[in-house]
Write a protein that binds this ligand. Structure first.
Ligand code: LMR
Length: 330
């Protein structure tokens, strides 16, 4: 979908090309255009339209404009939107096993994470999604590791979380993770987080840097701890009927665009994290309204010990074997 003001000739050409589109693919997501996910959705729009010669008209709706957390899955199932990329923490009601990705301190680093996602464990989880027959799972996209922030007591040791109200995504693992550190978890849609933090409905939250920065959560928090305690990623899913209706040649073009978008998205996350860290430090120095804390290896070990207590509670839900396989992935 083109969003620029066009001259008469270009407008006429666009009208012809829109007219020529055989399919309209709406993409909806909840984050800003300038996050890695937002940029990759726009990349996908451009590449699918290019590769299909305009036969598929792709329209991207960011910032929960079309659908928010609560209704995007339903909208996809009803084919009111054709492609979404929800956070993995938002799949539990459909495929509870996906909560594997929410287990705190599961991944040693990005290399380990990608091996799990793109290997046997990731494929198994995608097969559970496909088995539901309403949506087709494509690739995993990345948002990065999460960090705690708060407007109350800075969260440096697990004890600091006691009594604080935390905004979480809709995942039982995240609920148990917050309870394990003595906090009170509250599920809220992403679109409501800023005002909930500003108005003190919740004190604290956990986000990857891109979401914190682009939604300005740091402006309504007094501390940020670079805790890297958990992970936030996405699964790109398409309405199954929409996919089935596409002719084989267009399916191939969409798959090709998707492959390129995944590479683009993961690279953007890497670059973005470093850039945002610099900006956040500058903001903290200049405004004096945010303290940024790094953890010592001993402090990380403390967090790990307390949070890993959550794992056995989910052996039956996720599968103990799958968790072990993820941990042992080399
Ligand atoms: C959140 O709700 O915090 C995230 O899932 C938002 C997103 O899509 O990154």
């Amino acid at each position: 979908m083109k969003k620029v003001v066009l001259g008469t000739i270009a407008a006429a050409m666009l009208a012809t090309s829109s007219f020529a589109a055989d399919y309209v693919m709406k993409i909806s997501h909840v984050v800003s255009d300038n996050t890695p996910k937002g940029m990759a959705a726009n990349f996908l729009e451009k590449r699918i339209e290019e590769l299909t010669g305009g036969k598929i008209d792709v329209q991207v709706f960011p910032n929960s404009q079309l659908y928010g957390d609560a209704d995007e899955m339903k909208a996809l199932a009803m084919n009111n939107v054709q492609l979404i990329m929800p956070s993995l923490s938002k799949f539990p009601s459909i495929v509870p096993q996906i909560q594997l990705f929410d287990l705190p301190f599961l991944f040693r680093d990005k290399e380990h994470l990608y091996k799990v996602m793109d290997g046997e464990v990731g494929a198994k989880l995608k097969s559970f999604v496909d088995a539901k027959k309403q949506m087709k799972a494509f690739d995993y996209w990345d948002a990065g590791f999460k960090h705690f922030s708060s407007s109350k007591q800075a969260i440096i040791n697990p004890d600091d979380a006691k009594g604080q109200k935390f905004r979480i995504q809709s995942s039982k693992v995240l609920e148990e993770q917050i309870k394990a550190i003595g906090g009170s978890p509250q599920i809220l849609p992403f679109s409501e987080v800023y005002s909930a933090l500003q108005q003190g409905v919740v004190d604290a939250t956990e986000n990857p840097l891109s979401n914190l920065w682009t939604k300005k959560f740091h402006e309504v928090q007094s501390s940020l701890t670079l805790s890297n305690h958990g992970y936030l990623g996405y699964l790109v899913v398409m309405n199954q009927k929409f996919w089935d209706k596409l002719p084989k040649d267009l399916q191939e073009k969409v798959s090709q665009a998707m492959k390129e978008a995944t590479e683009f998205e993961r690279k953007a996350t890497e670059e973005d994290d470093a850039k945002i860290m610099t900006e956040l430090k500058k903001y903290a120095d200049e405004s004096k309204r945010l303290e940024i804390y790094e953890l010592t290896p001993e402090q990380v070990a403390n967090w790990r010990k307390v949070m890993e207590e959550v794992y056995p509670k989910f052996y039956n839900v996720i599968g103990e074997d799958l968790i072990k396989k993820a941990i042992e992935t080399k």
